[in-house]
Design a protein around this ligand. Structure first.
Ligand SMILES: *Cc1c(COP(=O)(O)O)cnc(C)c1O
Length: 360
């Protein structure tokens, strides 16, 4: 069987060129006579891999010198605790709750201090992004937290909230490197890489240097202190070495594709094909307010659960995999990350058209 079009929300599709290149280097990386998986993380060869990965990421995102790039473990979910442990000097933070991931971060932070929910879109099943132009930001808040792209619900902040001078912390797991970003607007940008960058097991944290201190909450483990990893350049202990190597290959691939501007154009083109079809379809409809639509995760429904299930099943048989919506919302969801080729989206829409003709 050949490769399918994989619309999984994560772990998700990776560029075929990256997988092929990793396969070629599997037994002998660059004349070392061993796989990257077998190599010491203190070796010269590995040092080159991790340094190059960081350099390429810095170049792609235009990361200023006063930000550190950390390659950590524990997934995005571990950051839900690590952020408050390191940043909550006043023991207070504000949260904009736009989906399950933001909600989990909010609930986790409440274990460490006062977590204030200053806006939410839960009233309408997280189908929109609340107006964040004049929020009741708490005077004592150490930071304001958002989940920038809501993987499950398919919404994205098109404008960052006005934090009234407070540090902005953003989970960008599902929109990492999908478009250009102004890093200076954030205190922390972080994400698990298994959505848009690489294999599960790595989380990238981009953090402004003044937020990296020894002044963390009492009891914070060494491993959960940003300073530990910043001082050791992500090599305090054994890092997720193979995962970082694949991330590095994806960074190179994005550079070859033309960088983040080109990525954005590519993603907009793909998303338009799908959204235009959803807007004209007699059977399928998108579930999200138009202005807040994500370029990465596109949820849609037929309005009939049985028909949804039939669609997912028949799509799978046609080589279009993982279109089932998240268990909390049902329906369908097509995740069309950077590595999803335009042909994949075209094949999906062609299949949806055929399904519509046969079922309306
Ligand atoms: C998938 C996801 C997470 C959880 O990531 P883990 O690495 O599994 O902990 C958190 N936030 C967002 C936005 C996600 O898409």
């Amino acid at each position: 069987m050949g490769r399918v079009y994989n619309f999984s929300a994560g772990p998700a599709v990776l560029p075929e060129a990256v997988l092929k290149s990793a396969a070629e280097e599997m037994l002998d990386y660059n004349g070392t006579g061993m796989s990257v998986m077998e190599m010491s993380h203190r070796s010269k060869a590995y040092d080159e891999i991790i340094k190059t990965a960081e350099r390429d990421l810095r170049e792609l995102m235009g990361i200023p010198d006063n930000y550190k790039v950390l390659f950590l473990q524990g997934g995005a979910s571990q950051q839900f605790a690590m952020i408050p442990m390191n940043l909550m000097k006043n023991k207070a933070a504000d949260f904009i709750v736009t989906g399950q991931w933001a909600k989990k971060a909010y609930q986790e932070a409440a274990r460490y201090g006062k977590a204030n929910k200053i806006a939410s879109s839960e009233d309408k099943t997280f189908s929109y992004i609340p107006d964040c132009s004049d929020l009741p930001i708490s005077e004592d808040a150490d930071y304001v937290y958002i989940c920038e792209n809501n993987t499950i619900y398919g919404t994205k902040f098109k404008e960052l909230p006005d934090t009234k001078g407070k540090t902005l912390v953003a989970d960008v797991s599902s929109c990492f490197l999908s478009e250009p970003v102004d890093v200076t607007k954030y205190g922390i940008i972080y994400g698990g890489v298994q959505k848009n960058i690489g294999p599960a097991g790595v989380v990238v944290v981009i953090i402004r240097e003044d937020l990296i201190t020894e002044d963390v909450l009492p009891g914070t483990p060494t491993m959960l202190t940003y300073k530990t990893h910043a001082d050791a350049e992500s090599l305090y202990n054994t890092p997720p070495a193979y995962g970082i190597y694949i991330c590095g290959k994806v960074f190179k691939w994005i550079k070859e594709m033309g960088g983040l501007e080109a990525m954005k154009a590519h993603n907009e083109k793909k998303a338009k094909i799908l959204y235009d079809f959803l807007d004209e379809s007699r059977l399928f409809k998108g579930t999200v307010v138009k202005e807040d639509r994500s370029l990465m995760n596109v949820p849609f429904v037929t309005g009939n659960e049985e028909l949804d299930a039939k669609f997912v099943k028949e799509a799978k048989a046609a080589g279009l995999e993982n279109l089932k919506g998240h268990r909390s919302v049902g329906g369908m969801r097509a995740s069309i990350y950077n590595a999803m080729p335009i042909e994949g989206v075209e094949a999906l829409v062609a299949f949806m058209r055929k399904f519509e003709e046969a079922n309306v």
